[in-house]
Design a protein. Structure first.
Length: 168
């Protein structure tokens, strides 16, 4: 019954996307795939150049064995970078017009960044931390804004990095 899969080229350096692609290609039209772009390694190095965005997307499409990604997210970019380099959003919009992505999204470090991303850049999908110990997305009005503007929300860290599993 699972129909939503969130991945990234960083997860297993592409292996996660390969597994999703090979396992689910026969039901592609029945599932939602979300992937990301930005991180190039686990040291935290990022690249949001238009060339890298296009190259990374093409590699993801190949690994996922599909010709489109439902939600393509910038993976924790600095908001200032988006404000300074308009080519990033232009590239994503171009990829959307080409039919390679359906929804332009962003994974943010905080609800505050998500609020700015929606208001300034009109993102239609956001990924943000939300769990029993981190309710900022609710208290700072992010979830309300998303509802008002029709923005999809992907919740990350629902178990607070394992803290809420009872194992710690």
């Amino acid at each position: 019954g699972v129909t939503f899969y969130d991945t990234s080229p960083l997860y297993g350096y592409g292996h996660s996307e390969e597994l999703i692609g090979s396992t689910l290609k026969h039901v592609r039209e029945k599932i939602i795939i979300s992937s990301k772009v930005g991180f190039v390694n686990f040291k935290g190095e990022q690249n949001f150049s238009p060339e890298y965005i296009r190259s990374s997307l093409e590699s993801s499409l190949k690994r996922l064995q599909t010709d489109y990604i439902d939600i393509f997210q910038l993976h924790d970019p600095q908001i200032a970078l988006l404000q300074e380099d308009h080519r990033i959003i232009e590239t994503l919009e171009s990829l959307k017009q080409e039919g390679k992505i359906r929804i332009v999204g962003i994974s943010t470090k905080s609800p505050e960044e998500s609020l700015i991303a929606i208001e300034q850049f009109n993102f239609k999908g956001i990924q943000v931390n939300f769990n029993l110990t981190d309710q900022r997305a609710l208290t700072e009005g992010l979830l309300t804004l998303c509802e008002e503007k029709g923005v999809g929300v992907i919740i990350r860290t629902p178990l607070c990095f394992g803290f809420l599993t009872g194992q710690y």
